[in-house]
Design a protein around this ligand. Structure first.
Ligand code: GLN
Ligand code: ZN
Length: 768
């Protein structure tokens, strides 16, 4: 029985890689610094896993930016527009690499970055390979080989990690018509053969091929590609030890396919797909090793060792200990580095800390499980099991987690709680009576520039160098300025600006019971960007109002309508580490009740327009189509619970960005928000078509300008987009707003753009 790890976090314990990269990009230090930081992290990770006793330690799991981009460079899948960057830089591979990731705007060159998208249903984002009709591949980067060699110098024979050929192709995008990316397999495979040969020559024994798509819905053609690819690799290397790694879902209907591929070991995710063990064992061919992904690589809870042992023992009984491996469910890049970095009791209490396990602790758990599963576990292993059982039991019964009032309230939810009193048609009339808004009413999505100054106030306040009163005064003045300015330029529905908020989820998490935070629980989101998600450990409730103070204050400064601003239950859930002792839907419902209370309190305070942001609804969609309906059912219901406690004449808005709505439009309509604002400017309003085709009944604010760029659009451009919108959606339903919040923008461009936006709306009104 062996232990293995599929990948270790590469950001560094103190985010060293982020710091080195950003210093280099800012021109403050050299490339050498970046490489030194990378090397130190790799050595640290390898040594740590070796010391812990992991048998198969990964290499090439490290990346300076993204592992998919590493592979594009490995295979020479470099779009032509970077040719000049290559010559400009005198051949520094990392410069080319960063140019592909981030674009290149220097020395008279202006080359756009490659596209980025979500890595399955995680919050990690990868750089999308670009494929062209005449796509050729050739061995370009030797990173995977260099890293193997580097570890070997340290006396560690690692298991190089490659994204498997089929998944690599499926992750990419066809950039022109006339071919299918999966047909590129034949061009690609020879480069794999070359890489494998080099790794073998250096002494590699096992190679890990990540094929997460084996756990997704596949077409017949894609299935065939898997058969072809692994047959070809086997034919070329009869003695190579191939580990096929699947994760994020159960193999399901691909079980027969996966178990029939000529590989030596198959890894399955037993956290996402615990039910698959029996079926996989039943179909596994007789020499294949089964790697059991029993520890959650994507969440921060201590493993339930006893529960994992049940899986392991079952597998041992069925196929024998020498065909069983123990592993985390997936790469640990989705976990924070090390719980030992959490040292502040006032941030993370020791009671909660003892329930948690970060990457380093997970590695230890894997090894402990092996000791426990082997015939004669040592005393210390048995002690660890006892301690683990105790921690699990304490967590299960902790009063910190269980709040009987919350449970009672959830149990008492009725259909009426997720239902506004009357239909939208009725509400629209009373809302219009009260609000008296013009056609093409103008508004913004909530946040105004979070300038360095605003952020410095918050930092000083947290450090204690600003008192409550001083901080509040600064925020109040900033809010007042924003309100006054919005009045001056003639916006119809104002916002308070969200100056008091650090982040749209953290701000709420900090005020809700059942949430905690970490000091150092950073996880890579993309490139050098890391996030520190809140931890939902217990029943969620709202002790006191969270936003009423600032919204009511802002409202008191103006005669115009002030929109209240909240983050919705699905988005709060989606962007947090979520407890694993109850279904996600149950946690979401609890958050929904807390937000509902806030909505009602805002209404009571006289706020008659309330926006509940749900940008993450779409990204929560399950990976397998068959699971989607159930998710959409409870997610939409949670939103409706949060929104339905108000009178007919209170107008509920929701907001979503980065979304496509094609396949979920009926669910979006089912949310029954009075107004939805969406990001549409980059698609030139194309995203509106699906609303038009569906005859979406409620009101819509299609974004008329891209807030991701400092560029200031003029009224003609926005007017053009509005006309396009009005051509497909009745004008009585249309609002005018930017794509998203303006927190990342500066004031100058924000002011200039909004003045133009208001002018564009005025011009539209004149045309009707
Ligand atoms: N109200 C939030 C803001 O304006 C919405 C952010 C988002 O959709 N990501 O910042
Ligand atoms: Zn947005």
């Amino acid at each position: 029985m062996l232990t293995q790890n599929l990948g270790y976090p590469r950001i560094g314990n103190q985010r060293e890689l982020k710091k080195a990269c950003e210093a280099y990009w800012a021109g403050k230090s050299g490339l050498k610094n970046v490489m030194t930081a990378g090397k130190a992290i790799r050595h640290h990770n390898w040594q740590l896993q070796k010391d812990a006793g992991i048998d198969l330690i990964p290499s090439n799991d490290f990346s300076y930016y993204d592992q998919v981009l590493d592979h594009s460079l490995l295979f020479g899948a470099i779009p032509k527009r970077y040719n000049e960057v290559i010559t400009k830089n005198g051949g520094e591979e990392l410069d080319l690499y960063f140019a592909m990731a981030r674009g290149y705007q220097k020395d008279g060159l202006d080359v756009t970055a490659m596209e980025m998208t979500k890595w399955f249903d995680t919050n990690y984002h990868y750089i999308v390979p670009e494929f062209y009709k005449d796509q050729q591949f050739k061995l370009f980067s030797t990173k995977v080989i260099d890293e193997f060699y580097d570890a070997k110098q340290l006396g560690i024979i690692t298991k190089p990690v490659l994204i498997g050929p089929v998944s690599y192709l499926l992750l990419g995008k066809e950039k022109e018509a006339g071919f299918s990316k999966i047909d590129l397999l034949r061009n690609l495979l020879p480069v794999y053969m070359e890489v494998i040969t080099k790794l073998k020559n250096l002494g590699a024994e096992w190679i890990q091929f990540d094929e997460p798509f084996l756990a997704m819905d596949l077409t017949e053609k894609e299935k065939q590609a898997f058969r072809e690819a692994y047959k070809a690799i086997r034919a070329e290397f009869p003695y190579l030890k191939v580990l096929l790694a699947t994760y994020f879902e159960a193999l399901g209907d691909n079980t027969a396919l996966a178990t029939s591929l000529p590989v030596n070991a198959l890894h399955i995710d037993l956290v996402r797909g615990p039910q698959q063990l029996d079926e996989v064992i039943a179909q596994l061919s007789k020499d294949t090793i089964l790697s059991l992904g029993v520890l959650d690589g994507r969440n921060i809870w201590k493993n339930d060792l006893e529960a994992s042992l049940q899986f392991i023992n079952k597998a041992i009984t069925a196929i024998g200990a020498d065909r069983v491996w123990i592993a985390p469910s997936c790469s640990l890049i989705h976990s924070p580095c090390d719980l030992d970095n959490e040292k502040k009791e006032d941030v993370l209490t020791s009671e909660i800390k003892q329930w948690l396990s970060f990457a380093r602790q997970k590695v230890d758990e894997v090894v402990t499980l092996k000791k426990l599963a082997s015939g004669q576990p040592s005393n210390s292993a048995l002690q660890q099991l006892e301690a683990n059982k105790k921690a699990q039991a304490e967590r299960r019964s902790s009063t910190l987690i269980h709040n009987p009032q919350v449970k009672e309230r959830v149990a008492g939810i009725t259909d009426a709680d997720s239902q506004r009193a009357n239909s939208f048609a009725t509400r629209k009339i009373v809302q219009q009576d009260l609000l008296q808004l013009p056609l093409f009413a103008t508004t913004t999505i909530g946040s105004f520039p979070q300038t360095a100054e605003v952020r410095s106030w918050r930092a000083s306040y947290k450090k204690g160098s600003l008192t409550d009163e001083q901080y509040d005064r600064l925020i109040a003045d900033e809010t007042a300025k924003a309100v006054k300015w919005q009045e001056e330029i003639g916006l119809d529905v104002l916002v308070h600006g969200e100056f008091e908020r650090n982040d749209m989820v953290e701000y709420f998490g900090e005020q809700l019971d059942g949430f905690t935070f970490t000091q150092n629980g950073w996880v890579q989101s993309y490139g050098s960007r890391c996030v520190k998600p809140p931890v939902i450990y217990g029943d969620v409730s709202r002790p006191v109002a969270m936003t009423v103070k600032w919204s009511a204050y802002a409202a008191s400064l103006t005669q115009k309508w002030m929109k209240g601003m909240l983050t919705g239950p699905v988005t709060i859930l989606q962007w947090s580490f979520v407890r694993n002792d109850q279904p996600r839907s149950a946690t979401c419902t609890q958050i929904a009740l807390a937000i509902r209370d806030e909505v009602v309190d805002l209404e009571t305070a006289g706020i008659k327009i309330i926006q509940i942001d749900e940008p993450a609804i779409r990204e929560g969609l399950p990976l397998r189509k068959a699971d989607r309906e159930n998710y959409l059912y409870w997610a939409v219901k949670a939103f409706r619970i949060s929104a339905s406690g108000v009178q007919d004449d209170t107008q509920i808005h929701t907001h979503m960005c980065y979304s496509e709505f094609n396949d979920i439009i009926s669910n979006i309509a089912d949310m029954d928000a009075d107004v939805i604002t969406i990001e549409t400017s980059r698609s030139q309003m194309e995203l509106l078509d699906v609303f038009a085709d569906f005859k979406y009944p409620n009101e819509i604010g299609p974004g008329v300008y891209d807030i991701h760029s400092p560029r200031v659009p003029n009224r003609a451009e926005m007017g053009h987009l509005l006309k396009k919108a009005a051509a497909v959606i009745p004008e009585s339903q249309l609002w005018v707003n930017p794509d998203c919040g303006l927190k990342t923008r500066g004031w100058d461009e924000t002011k200039a753009a909004l003045i133009e936006m208001v002018a564009a709306a005025n011009e539209m009104r004149e045309t009707v």
